[in-house]
Design a protein around this ligand. Structure first.
Ligand code: PMP
Length: 427
Protein backbone atom coordinates (compact mmCIF):
# COMPACT_ATOMS: atom_id res chain seq x y z
CA UNK A 1 0.00 0.00 0.00
CA UNK A 2 0.97 3.58 -0.65
CA UNK A 3 2.74 5.20 2.27
CA UNK A 4 3.55 8.62 0.84
CA UNK A 5 1.89 11.99 1.28
CA UNK A 6 -1.80 12.31 0.52
CA UNK A 7 -3.05 14.17 -2.52
CA UNK A 8 -4.26 16.99 -0.28
CA UNK A 9 -0.84 17.39 1.32
CA UNK A 10 0.89 17.33 -2.07
CA UNK A 11 -1.49 19.90 -3.48
CA UNK A 12 -0.88 22.23 -0.53
CA UNK A 13 2.87 21.96 -1.02
CA UNK A 14 2.56 22.38 -4.76
CA UNK A 15 0.68 25.62 -4.19
CA UNK A 16 3.41 26.77 -1.84
CA UNK A 17 6.52 25.65 -3.72
CA UNK A 18 5.64 25.36 -7.41
CA UNK A 19 4.70 28.24 -9.66
CA UNK A 20 0.97 28.81 -9.88
CA UNK A 21 1.11 28.53 -13.68
CA UNK A 22 1.80 24.80 -13.30
CA UNK A 23 -1.70 23.55 -14.00
CA UNK A 24 -3.47 20.32 -13.16
CA UNK A 25 -6.41 18.32 -14.43
CA UNK A 26 -9.64 17.79 -12.48
CA UNK A 27 -11.30 19.86 -9.75
CA UNK A 28 -9.73 17.54 -7.22
CA UNK A 29 -6.45 16.57 -8.90
CA UNK A 30 -5.39 12.94 -8.85
CA UNK A 31 -2.38 11.73 -6.90
CA UNK A 32 -0.99 9.08 -9.25
CA UNK A 33 1.50 6.85 -7.51
CA UNK A 34 2.05 3.90 -9.84
CA UNK A 35 1.77 2.95 -13.49
CA UNK A 36 1.68 -0.34 -15.34
CA UNK A 37 1.30 -0.46 -19.14
CA UNK A 38 -2.06 1.25 -19.94
CA UNK A 39 -3.08 1.61 -16.30
CA UNK A 40 -2.43 4.20 -13.61
CA UNK A 41 -3.11 3.84 -9.88
CA UNK A 42 -3.94 6.56 -7.40
CA UNK A 43 -3.06 6.80 -3.70
CA UNK A 44 -6.09 4.66 -2.77
CA UNK A 45 -5.20 1.90 -5.20
CA UNK A 46 -7.96 2.91 -7.60
CA UNK A 47 -7.06 1.86 -11.15
CA UNK A 48 -7.55 4.14 -14.15
CA UNK A 49 -7.47 3.34 -17.84
CA UNK A 50 -4.94 5.82 -19.18
CA UNK A 51 -6.16 7.15 -22.52
CA UNK A 52 -3.69 10.02 -22.61
CA UNK A 53 -0.34 8.39 -21.75
CA UNK A 54 1.21 11.33 -19.92
CA UNK A 55 0.27 13.58 -22.84
CA UNK A 56 1.19 11.08 -25.55
CA UNK A 57 4.55 10.45 -23.94
CA UNK A 58 4.18 6.88 -22.77
CA UNK A 59 4.44 5.02 -26.06
CA UNK A 60 5.19 1.43 -25.05
CA UNK A 61 3.33 1.45 -21.73
CA UNK A 62 3.96 2.69 -18.21
CA UNK A 63 7.07 1.08 -16.71
CA UNK A 64 7.49 -1.31 -19.63
CA UNK A 65 9.92 -3.93 -18.25
CA UNK A 66 12.31 -3.89 -21.24
CA UNK A 67 12.80 -0.15 -20.94
CA UNK A 68 13.04 -0.18 -17.16
CA UNK A 69 15.70 -2.91 -17.32
CA UNK A 70 17.75 -1.13 -19.95
CA UNK A 71 17.71 2.08 -17.90
CA UNK A 72 18.49 0.37 -14.59
CA UNK A 73 21.42 -1.64 -15.99
CA UNK A 74 22.94 1.41 -17.68
CA UNK A 75 22.44 3.53 -14.55
CA UNK A 76 24.43 1.01 -12.53
CA UNK A 77 27.23 0.95 -15.07
CA UNK A 78 27.64 4.57 -16.14
CA UNK A 79 25.12 7.33 -15.81
CA UNK A 80 26.73 10.29 -17.42
CA UNK A 81 29.79 11.77 -19.07
CA UNK A 82 28.59 13.92 -22.02
CA UNK A 83 29.82 13.65 -25.60
CA UNK A 84 33.36 14.81 -24.76
CA UNK A 85 34.15 11.08 -24.39
CA UNK A 86 33.13 8.18 -26.56
CA UNK A 87 30.37 5.86 -25.44
CA UNK A 88 28.39 3.25 -27.34
CA UNK A 89 24.72 3.98 -26.44
CA UNK A 90 24.44 7.38 -28.16
CA UNK A 91 25.73 6.14 -31.52
CA UNK A 92 23.86 2.87 -31.34
CA UNK A 93 20.64 4.76 -30.70
CA UNK A 94 21.39 7.36 -33.40
CA UNK A 95 21.99 4.61 -35.96
CA UNK A 96 18.77 2.82 -35.01
CA UNK A 97 16.78 6.05 -35.19
CA UNK A 98 18.29 7.02 -38.55
CA UNK A 99 17.32 3.59 -39.90
CA UNK A 100 13.69 4.50 -39.27
CA UNK A 101 13.91 7.66 -41.38
CA UNK A 102 13.27 8.01 -45.11
CA UNK A 103 15.47 9.76 -47.66
CA UNK A 104 18.67 11.39 -46.57
CA UNK A 105 17.50 12.11 -43.01
CA UNK A 106 20.48 10.44 -41.41
CA UNK A 107 22.10 12.79 -38.90
CA UNK A 108 20.82 13.08 -35.33
CA UNK A 109 21.21 15.72 -32.64
CA UNK A 110 19.92 14.64 -29.24
CA UNK A 111 18.28 17.08 -26.84
CA UNK A 112 16.03 16.75 -23.79
CA UNK A 113 12.58 17.93 -24.86
CA UNK A 114 10.35 18.84 -27.74
CA UNK A 115 10.86 22.54 -27.12
CA UNK A 116 14.62 22.16 -27.38
CA UNK A 117 14.29 20.07 -30.52
CA UNK A 118 12.20 22.75 -32.21
CA UNK A 119 14.56 25.52 -31.06
CA UNK A 120 17.45 23.68 -32.67
CA UNK A 121 15.47 22.95 -35.82
CA UNK A 122 14.54 26.62 -36.19
CA UNK A 123 18.16 27.64 -35.65
CA UNK A 124 19.32 25.24 -38.36
CA UNK A 125 16.61 26.40 -40.76
CA UNK A 126 17.71 30.01 -40.30
CA UNK A 127 21.40 29.28 -40.67
CA UNK A 128 20.95 26.98 -43.64
CA UNK A 129 18.62 29.27 -45.57
CA UNK A 130 20.24 32.53 -44.55
CA UNK A 131 16.72 33.85 -43.90
CA UNK A 132 14.85 34.75 -40.72
CA UNK A 133 11.13 34.37 -41.35
CA UNK A 134 9.42 31.18 -40.25
CA UNK A 135 5.99 29.99 -41.30
CA UNK A 136 3.90 28.07 -38.77
CA UNK A 137 0.27 26.99 -38.56
CA UNK A 138 -2.43 28.56 -36.47
CA UNK A 139 -3.52 26.17 -33.73
CA UNK A 140 -0.01 24.66 -33.53
CA UNK A 141 1.97 23.87 -30.41
CA UNK A 142 5.75 23.70 -30.74
CA UNK A 143 7.00 24.66 -27.29
CA UNK A 144 7.07 27.28 -24.57
CA UNK A 145 10.60 28.70 -24.71
CA UNK A 146 11.25 32.28 -25.77
CA UNK A 147 11.87 31.12 -29.36
CA UNK A 148 9.31 28.37 -29.79
CA UNK A 149 6.55 30.38 -28.13
CA UNK A 150 6.56 32.33 -31.37
CA UNK A 151 6.01 29.16 -33.39
CA UNK A 152 3.13 28.11 -31.18
CA UNK A 153 -0.15 29.34 -32.63
CA UNK A 154 -2.53 29.30 -29.67
CA UNK A 155 -3.00 32.38 -27.49
CA UNK A 156 -3.53 30.17 -24.44
CA UNK A 157 0.19 29.33 -24.41
CA UNK A 158 1.71 32.62 -25.53
CA UNK A 159 3.15 35.22 -23.19
CA UNK A 160 3.39 38.78 -24.48
CA UNK A 161 7.06 38.86 -25.43
CA UNK A 162 8.63 39.38 -28.87
CA UNK A 163 7.37 36.48 -31.00
CA UNK A 164 10.22 36.41 -33.50
CA UNK A 165 9.88 36.65 -37.24
CA UNK A 166 7.01 34.23 -37.43
CA UNK A 167 3.97 34.18 -39.69
CA UNK A 168 1.01 32.00 -38.83
CA UNK A 169 -0.84 30.73 -41.85
CA UNK A 170 -4.41 29.46 -41.91
CA UNK A 171 -4.88 26.09 -40.36
CA UNK A 172 -5.82 23.36 -42.88
CA UNK A 173 -8.36 21.99 -40.41
CA UNK A 174 -11.02 20.00 -42.29
CA UNK A 175 -13.60 20.55 -39.53
CA UNK A 176 -13.16 24.19 -38.54
CA UNK A 177 -10.94 25.64 -41.23
CA UNK A 178 -12.30 28.30 -43.60
CA UNK A 179 -11.57 26.20 -46.67
CA UNK A 180 -12.65 22.84 -45.26
CA UNK A 181 -10.45 20.12 -46.77
CA UNK A 182 -9.34 22.22 -49.74
CA UNK A 183 -5.56 21.81 -49.50
CA UNK A 184 -4.97 23.94 -52.60
CA UNK A 185 -6.71 26.95 -51.07
CA UNK A 186 -4.73 26.67 -47.82
CA UNK A 187 -1.44 26.26 -49.71
CA UNK A 188 -2.26 29.36 -51.74
CA UNK A 189 -2.53 31.26 -48.49
CA UNK A 190 0.99 30.13 -47.58
CA UNK A 191 2.20 31.62 -50.84
CA UNK A 192 0.38 34.86 -50.10
CA UNK A 193 1.85 35.11 -46.60
CA UNK A 194 5.29 34.76 -48.15
CA UNK A 195 4.58 37.26 -50.92
CA UNK A 196 2.89 39.88 -48.76
CA UNK A 197 4.34 39.34 -45.31
CA UNK A 198 8.01 38.64 -45.99
CA UNK A 199 10.81 39.65 -48.36
CA UNK A 200 9.76 36.68 -50.47
CA UNK A 201 12.43 34.50 -48.90
CA UNK A 202 11.84 32.42 -45.78
CA UNK A 203 13.89 30.32 -43.38
CA UNK A 204 11.40 27.52 -43.10
CA UNK A 205 8.03 26.05 -42.38
CA UNK A 206 7.06 23.93 -39.40
CA UNK A 207 3.95 21.81 -38.84
CA UNK A 208 2.66 18.91 -36.82
CA UNK A 209 0.94 16.51 -39.22
CA UNK A 210 -1.57 15.80 -36.47
CA UNK A 211 -1.95 18.78 -34.18
CA UNK A 212 -1.86 17.52 -30.63
CA UNK A 213 -2.45 20.33 -28.17
CA UNK A 214 -4.67 21.98 -30.77
CA UNK A 215 -7.11 19.09 -30.41
CA UNK A 216 -6.04 16.11 -32.55
CA UNK A 217 -6.48 17.89 -35.88
CA UNK A 218 -5.35 15.95 -38.95
CA UNK A 219 -4.27 18.36 -41.68
CA UNK A 220 -6.27 18.43 -44.92
CA UNK A 221 -5.05 15.64 -47.23
CA UNK A 222 -2.40 16.79 -49.70
CA UNK A 223 -1.65 20.01 -47.83
CA UNK A 224 1.93 19.34 -46.77
CA UNK A 225 3.08 18.47 -50.29
CA UNK A 226 1.80 21.78 -51.66
CA UNK A 227 3.00 23.82 -48.67
CA UNK A 228 6.48 22.21 -48.80
CA UNK A 229 6.78 23.04 -52.52
CA UNK A 230 5.83 26.65 -51.92
CA UNK A 231 8.19 27.06 -48.98
CA UNK A 232 11.12 25.41 -50.77
CA UNK A 233 10.64 27.71 -53.74
CA UNK A 234 11.02 30.61 -51.31
CA UNK A 235 14.32 29.18 -50.04
CA UNK A 236 12.95 27.64 -46.84
CA UNK A 237 13.44 24.24 -45.24
CA UNK A 238 10.52 22.12 -44.12
CA UNK A 239 10.31 20.88 -40.55
CA UNK A 240 7.97 18.13 -39.37
CA UNK A 241 7.20 18.19 -35.66
CA UNK A 242 6.70 14.52 -34.81
CA UNK A 243 6.73 15.04 -31.06
CA UNK A 244 3.26 13.49 -30.78
CA UNK A 245 2.54 11.72 -34.06
CA UNK A 246 5.67 9.63 -34.55
CA UNK A 247 6.71 6.05 -33.83
CA UNK A 248 3.75 4.31 -35.42
CA UNK A 249 1.03 5.88 -33.32
CA UNK A 250 -1.04 6.81 -36.37
CA UNK A 251 -1.12 3.15 -37.38
CA UNK A 252 -0.91 3.58 -41.14
CA UNK A 253 2.65 4.95 -41.04
CA UNK A 254 5.64 5.16 -38.73
CA UNK A 255 5.82 8.96 -39.04
CA UNK A 256 2.93 11.38 -39.25
CA UNK A 257 4.39 13.19 -42.27
CA UNK A 258 4.30 9.96 -44.29
CA UNK A 259 0.50 10.13 -44.24
CA UNK A 260 0.94 13.18 -46.48
CA UNK A 261 3.56 11.56 -48.70
CA UNK A 262 6.33 14.10 -48.04
CA UNK A 263 9.91 13.93 -46.82
CA UNK A 264 10.79 16.87 -44.58
CA UNK A 265 14.25 18.43 -44.37
CA UNK A 266 14.24 18.31 -40.57
CA UNK A 267 12.22 16.13 -38.21
CA UNK A 268 11.83 16.88 -34.50
CA UNK A 269 10.87 14.29 -31.90
CA UNK A 270 10.29 14.00 -28.16
CA UNK A 271 7.70 12.49 -25.79
CA UNK A 272 7.04 8.97 -27.13
CA UNK A 273 10.67 8.56 -28.20
CA UNK A 274 11.57 7.93 -24.55
CA UNK A 275 8.42 6.33 -23.05
CA UNK A 276 8.71 8.88 -20.23
CA UNK A 277 12.45 9.58 -20.22
CA UNK A 278 13.44 13.20 -20.86
CA UNK A 279 14.61 12.82 -24.43
CA UNK A 280 14.27 14.67 -27.70
CA UNK A 281 15.93 14.49 -31.10
CA UNK A 282 16.39 16.44 -34.29
CA UNK A 283 17.05 14.37 -37.40
CA UNK A 284 18.15 16.03 -40.59
CA UNK A 285 20.33 15.66 -43.67
CA UNK A 286 24.14 15.80 -43.43
CA UNK A 287 24.08 19.06 -45.39
CA UNK A 288 21.70 20.84 -43.04
CA UNK A 289 23.36 19.36 -39.95
CA UNK A 290 26.63 20.85 -41.13
CA UNK A 291 25.46 24.42 -40.71
CA UNK A 292 26.07 24.06 -37.00
CA UNK A 293 29.69 23.09 -37.65
CA UNK A 294 30.74 26.73 -37.95
CA UNK A 295 30.64 26.68 -34.12
CA UNK A 296 30.62 23.82 -31.67
CA UNK A 297 27.36 22.34 -30.49
CA UNK A 298 27.01 21.04 -26.98
CA UNK A 299 24.14 19.77 -24.86
CA UNK A 300 25.04 18.42 -21.41
CA UNK A 301 22.32 15.80 -21.18
CA UNK A 302 21.50 15.36 -24.86
CA UNK A 303 22.04 11.70 -25.76
CA UNK A 304 23.22 10.72 -22.28
CA UNK A 305 23.80 6.98 -21.89
CA UNK A 306 20.73 6.35 -19.74
CA UNK A 307 18.26 8.05 -22.07
CA UNK A 308 19.99 6.56 -25.11
CA UNK A 309 19.65 2.96 -23.94
CA UNK A 310 16.06 3.78 -22.97
CA UNK A 311 15.30 5.24 -26.40
CA UNK A 312 16.90 2.27 -28.12
CA UNK A 313 14.80 -0.07 -25.99
CA UNK A 314 11.67 1.87 -27.05
CA UNK A 315 12.46 1.34 -30.74
CA UNK A 316 13.02 -2.37 -30.15
CA UNK A 317 9.83 -2.81 -28.12
CA UNK A 318 7.74 -1.02 -30.75
CA UNK A 319 9.11 -3.37 -33.43
CA UNK A 320 8.98 -6.53 -31.35
CA UNK A 321 5.42 -5.91 -30.20
CA UNK A 322 4.35 -4.73 -33.68
CA UNK A 323 2.82 -1.62 -32.19
CA UNK A 324 2.25 0.26 -35.44
CA UNK A 325 -0.02 -2.51 -36.79
CA UNK A 326 -1.64 -2.76 -33.39
CA UNK A 327 -2.41 0.99 -33.38
CA UNK A 328 -3.98 0.62 -36.84
CA UNK A 329 -6.15 -2.27 -35.67
CA UNK A 330 -7.29 -0.89 -32.32
CA UNK A 331 -7.53 2.64 -33.73
CA UNK A 332 -9.86 1.68 -36.57
CA UNK A 333 -12.09 -0.23 -34.15
CA UNK A 334 -12.13 2.75 -31.79
CA UNK A 335 -12.87 5.28 -34.54
CA UNK A 336 -15.75 3.14 -35.79
CA UNK A 337 -17.21 2.90 -32.34
CA UNK A 338 -16.80 6.63 -31.75
CA UNK A 339 -18.52 7.38 -35.06
CA UNK A 340 -21.43 5.19 -33.95
CA UNK A 341 -21.51 7.16 -30.72
CA UNK A 342 -21.64 10.36 -32.76
CA UNK A 343 -24.89 9.11 -34.38
CA UNK A 344 -26.39 8.77 -30.95
CA UNK A 345 -25.16 11.91 -29.19
CA UNK A 346 -25.79 15.28 -30.80
CA UNK A 347 -23.02 16.83 -28.73
CA UNK A 348 -20.30 15.04 -30.73
CA UNK A 349 -19.50 17.41 -33.56
CA UNK A 350 -16.48 15.62 -34.95
CA UNK A 351 -14.57 12.36 -34.58
CA UNK A 352 -11.14 12.44 -36.18
CA UNK A 353 -7.63 11.13 -36.36
CA UNK A 354 -6.10 7.76 -37.04
CA UNK A 355 -4.50 4.97 -35.13
CA UNK A 356 -4.25 5.88 -31.48
CA UNK A 357 -4.13 9.62 -32.18
CA UNK A 358 -7.80 10.53 -31.98
CA UNK A 359 -9.96 13.53 -31.16
CA UNK A 360 -13.62 13.88 -30.26
CA UNK A 361 -14.83 17.47 -30.54
CA UNK A 362 -17.89 18.49 -28.56
CA UNK A 363 -20.26 21.24 -29.70
CA UNK A 364 -23.58 22.53 -28.43
CA UNK A 365 -24.79 23.13 -31.98
CA UNK A 366 -23.56 21.02 -34.88
CA UNK A 367 -24.30 23.67 -37.47
CA UNK A 368 -22.69 26.59 -35.67
CA UNK A 369 -20.01 24.32 -34.17
CA UNK A 370 -20.28 26.20 -30.88
CA UNK A 371 -17.66 24.74 -28.51
CA UNK A 372 -19.35 22.78 -25.69
CA UNK A 373 -16.91 23.98 -23.06
CA UNK A 374 -18.96 23.44 -19.91
CA UNK A 375 -20.25 20.05 -21.09
CA UNK A 376 -16.73 18.90 -21.95
CA UNK A 377 -15.62 19.76 -18.42
CA UNK A 378 -18.55 17.89 -16.90
CA UNK A 379 -17.92 14.80 -19.02
CA UNK A 380 -14.23 15.00 -18.31
CA UNK A 381 -14.87 14.79 -14.55
CA UNK A 382 -17.47 12.10 -15.05
CA UNK A 383 -15.08 9.94 -17.10
CA UNK A 384 -12.51 10.24 -14.36
CA UNK A 385 -15.11 9.00 -11.86
CA UNK A 386 -15.62 6.06 -14.23
CA UNK A 387 -11.86 5.33 -14.00
CA UNK A 388 -10.99 6.75 -17.39
CA UNK A 389 -8.39 9.43 -18.04
CA UNK A 390 -8.53 11.28 -21.34
CA UNK A 391 -6.87 14.49 -22.47
CA UNK A 392 -8.40 17.84 -23.35
CA UNK A 393 -7.35 20.14 -26.14
CA UNK A 394 -8.23 22.77 -28.69
CA UNK A 395 -8.30 26.52 -28.25
CA UNK A 396 -11.60 26.23 -26.37
CA UNK A 397 -10.75 23.04 -24.47
CA UNK A 398 -13.72 21.24 -26.03
CA UNK A 399 -11.89 18.32 -27.63
CA UNK A 400 -11.24 15.00 -25.95
CA UNK A 401 -7.81 13.75 -26.92
CA UNK A 402 -7.50 9.98 -26.97
CA UNK A 403 -3.84 9.01 -27.29
CA UNK A 404 -3.18 6.12 -24.94
CA UNK A 405 -0.06 4.03 -24.49
CA UNK A 406 0.16 1.92 -27.64
CA UNK A 407 -0.53 -1.32 -25.74
CA UNK A 408 -4.16 -0.16 -25.42
CA UNK A 409 -6.49 -3.00 -26.53
CA UNK A 410 -9.84 -3.35 -28.29
CA UNK A 411 -11.39 -4.18 -24.91
CA UNK A 412 -9.98 -0.96 -23.49
CA UNK A 413 -11.44 0.90 -26.47
CA UNK A 414 -14.86 -0.65 -25.81
CA UNK A 415 -14.68 0.24 -22.15
CA UNK A 416 -13.84 3.85 -23.04
CA UNK A 417 -16.66 4.23 -25.56
CA UNK A 418 -19.21 2.57 -23.27
CA UNK A 419 -18.20 4.94 -20.49
CA UNK A 420 -18.48 7.95 -22.82
CA UNK A 421 -21.91 6.73 -23.90
CA UNK A 422 -23.03 6.38 -20.28
CA UNK A 423 -21.63 9.78 -19.29
CA UNK A 424 -23.17 11.54 -22.29
CA UNK A 425 -26.53 9.90 -21.70
CA UNK A 426 -26.58 11.54 -18.29
CA UNK A 427 -25.94 15.07 -19.55
N1 PMP B 1 5.78 19.87 -30.13
C1 PMP B 1 4.60 19.28 -29.90
C2 PMP B 1 3.79 18.83 -31.07
C3 PMP B 1 4.14 19.10 -28.59
O1 PMP B 1 2.97 18.53 -28.38
C4 PMP B 1 4.95 19.54 -27.52
C5 PMP B 1 4.51 19.35 -26.07
N2 PMP B 1 3.16 19.31 -25.83
C6 PMP B 1 6.17 20.14 -27.80
C7 PMP B 1 6.56 20.29 -29.12
C8 PMP B 1 7.06 20.62 -26.70
O2 PMP B 1 7.58 19.52 -26.05
P1 PMP B 1 8.19 19.65 -24.56
O3 PMP B 1 7.03 19.88 -23.64
O4 PMP B 1 8.87 18.32 -24.37
O5 PMP B 1 9.15 20.76 -24.56
Amino acid sequence: PYAGWSGDEILAKRKQFLGSSVFYYYQKPLNIVEGKMQYLYDENGKRYLDCFGGIVTVSCGHCHPDIVNAVVEQTKLLQHTTTIYLNQPIVEFAEALASKMPGNLKVVYFVNSGTEANELAMLMARLYSGNLNMIALRNAYHGGSAGTIGLTGLQTWKYPIPQGEIHHVMNPDPYRGTFGSDAIAYAKEVEEQINYGTSGRVAGFIAETFQGVGGAVELAPGYLKLAYDTVRKAGGVCIADEVQSGFGRTGSHYWGFQTQDVIPDIVTMAKGIGNGLPLGAVVTTPEIANVLAQKIQFNTFGGNPVCSVGGLAVLKVLDKEKRQAHCADVGSHLVNRLKELQQKHEIIGDVRGRGLMLGVELVTDRKEKTPAKAETNLLFEKLKDLNILVGKGGLHGNVFRIKPPMCFTRDDADYLVDAMDYAMSGL
